[in-house]
Design a protein around this ligand. Sequence first.
Ligand code: HEM
Length: 297
Amino acid sequence: MSAQAGIFAVGASEHGYVELDLLPGEEPAKLVAALAALQGPGSPMAGVGTVVGFRPELWSALAPGQSPPDARSFESVAGPEFVMPATQHDAWLWVAGVSRSAVFDAVSAAIQHTSTTGRLASETNGWVYQTNRDLTGFVDGTENPSPLEASDVAVTGSGSPAAGSSVVLYQRWLHLGSFSTLSTSAQEKVIGRTKPDSTELGEAEMPADSHVARNVIEVDGKELAIYRRNTSYGTPSEHGTLFVGFCASVAPLQTMLESMAGLRDGIRDALTRYTAALSGAYYVIPSIPSLSRFVSF
Ligand code: HEM
């Protein structure tokens, strides 16, 4: 497997996410080398998993052809009534570990390690709420591809220089308090699944604007698939979902966002009435062979 292993490494409950911008006048290759070295020998990141990604245009200038072909920076997705904003940066780092201390130390070391080439643009802690739920209380990930299927969905297949590369959509979604004032049955209609056990609503009860209905999309007779590794962030009074969705191309992610915004057929995802997108960026996740060319061992 030539993809970055952390994409698929489940089980860690603590997470840290960092976005960086290249310092003015610095070489993009130096920022890539600094982040690539975090997965190399002698890395300061002990006991955690890491995944690194880059602004698609920055990466493709350094490593032509070594990205999903349609990779590009995120642009805001504007529905008739609301906007998912673009907050693209140059690099993204995801650290996953079993203890908050390990993730804190590793993220601190990474920021220090990249500080001569990159400026910190955002840092957010995530964690896994109640084993597998998001902070609406619903199970998140039920329809995710299984471990046997995830690699085909998330990573470009063999046979091209892009093999092993992926793209991630990273968005911070604030949950609005109004969702918790709905009855459980009304909440289930927003999501399209039951709350206690995540059973999909039957065809007769499934509203066309439910989150599930908006994201079950067939293109050329095939259902679009992405691989989600979302976590929760925040405090009891201000919190939400860190959407972390991997795919072998941008198109399925973009189509889902446009469907949620109502741009495909005028129907807006009901979940967007109870959550607000605060950030949005696409990053190319290079394969390990592509990344290792920037590090000398
Ligand atoms: C506030 C942000 C979000 C929350 C709280 C959320 C939550 C959920 C929940 C509870 C489910 C049902 C269980 C499951 O299959 O995982 C689900 C399904 C899904 N979501 Fe989201 N989601 C969010 C944003 C997004 C975004 C931005 C996308 C796409 C870019 C997306 C794509 C999907 C897909 C593809 C499914 C599976 C649909 C199916 O095949 O049944 N979600 N989400």
